[in-house]
Design a protein around this ligand. Sequence first.
Ligand code: AHR
Length: 635
Amino acid sequence: MNYRVALAVTAVLMSSVTPVVRAQSPASLTVDVNRPKAAVSSTLYGLMTEEINHSYDGGLYAELIRNRTFRSDWTGILNWFLVEKGTASATVTVDATEGPSAALPNSARLEVAKADASSPAGLLNEGYWGIAVRPNTRYSGSFFAKSKSDGALPVKIALIADTSGQVLASTSAVVTGSGWKEYKFEMQSGNVPASSENHLELTVDRPATLWLQLVSLFPPTYHGRANGNRIDIMEKLVAMHPSFLRFPGGNYVEGNRIENHFDWRKTIGPLVDRPTHPTTWSYHSADGMGLLEFLEWCEDLHMEPVLAVFAGYSLGGEVVRPGPALDQYVQEALDEIEYVTGGADTTWGARRARDGHPAPFALRYVEIGNEDGFDKAKTYDGRFAQFYKAIKAKHPNLQVIATIPVRGTVPDVLDDHYYKREQGMFEESRHYDTADRSGPKVFVGEWATREGGPTPNFGGALGDAAFMTGLERNSDLVVMAAYAPLFVNVEPGAMQWSSDLIGYDSLNSYGSPSYYAQVIFASCLGDHTLNSSVSGAGEKFFYSVTGSAKSNRLCLKLVNASSSAQPIAITLSGLGTGNHTAQFETLQARTTWATNTINDPTRIVPVRSTVSISGERLEHTMPGYSIQVLEVFLK
Ligand code: AHR
């Protein structure tokens, strides 16, 4: 069989096995353009963040050096390796008696017995699954060091391609004297291709003893912040129009043990004064992303902070019972609130000013703990009451969020979490339609359709979009909602939790179909829902409609989670005669298993089209497996 015939036969066979997908029965959807129903929260869509899946270290936080503080295990210093070129000879050990600060009391001790200009010796850092190097880019670094000799010891710093050994950028710093000092350096890459299979080397060209600590290297960061964030990932967040950031967790606020909870006091000030700490997700946090960095992240993206405070319960089950023993943690939370909101005339406000941010941050929401339903000792009623009373006494205007329903105190807001498969999220999309409106407001602080990994597939996006229609319809009650987890480093071994919104490696990042569903939902949201009704639609059809008098527009969210097309006659009653411009954003896939990946990041992205609505009616057919946002400009 020749090639052409084979193709023709294949085409016939394919058409005979491709299922004939009939359209579903036509549906009618009527919207009363001029009949507002309920308020929509201006803070409905936001972000939830925690250290999981290398969200910060090896993720958003732009630090390129992994284990910059030289932690070690039985194999040696993690992520660092000895360099002995040519005839050089050296050893490296952790020196537990030498460090630049009380927080970092140890260091790497490099003993170079033999080295010269053609045979240097030193240390190599592998980065977070490589170090991204881009063309013509400036890298800013620093390290703490001391040397045994009183003379000058030049240290060469270079970014080197793993395979070719090409030096992509280099510079040197001269270590002088036998006391600890910080050395800063800059280096610039040339016209090299962007790549991530690179490492950093620090070498000397003579026999010496050199102690090193806190070796750090940053590429350009978002808004040029020192100790800042990756530009590509921040730009992805901007497109989500987030109104708030819930931080620092999640389980991350709790720690596995109480001693490992997110102790914000150990995450502020110069990096050399941050001791670092173990996370709940099997790796260690460098704590470069500390309390002030979270707040600056909020500032950069115009998000309001939703501050989660440690509430005396940690994930492994340790609990501090309500009463005097809990007072120190209540005080820790009050001090934290003062660090965020206090004027420079307060103790912790002054500390924030010293840390570089004199202006206080606005704060409306404080969350007490995380998922306290797991507390087997059932102490949350008492713990919540103790925090609530102390916080309200000092800050009566703060809204206090409880992580589960509590007895004895009425929280301002309750945090509900949803992690389900697609079908489960379809059902949950109706969860709040008949919910009681007389109690606390709701914060859906974590939710996700858990289908696909490391990032969700299109089935996940359909479940998410269906769920979001329910959030919008009920946003008089649901004041905030955030998908979780937000981030995943997709390298093998980096992930602890699948179905994460945004994936990346050290060089690139991409949005999942679920990410794009959020982008298009958040890009068009009115300030009230509109009276509407639907009839004749299939079971897997979901919608919400909001309007905004201020911006003169109507936003209709349509979800067809069926494989078959869904014809819909849309009547926008009250729109009036004449032509109205409208625009569709469509996200669509052939199967629920279709997805985006780090190597194929844009298979499923929104496609924009414009329509002209003549009069009040629009005959429309939604493709199978599609999510659409129709934005109608009213005037
Ligand atoms: O987002 C992943 C985890 O799920 C969070 O840390 C925790 O709050 C929830 O159980």
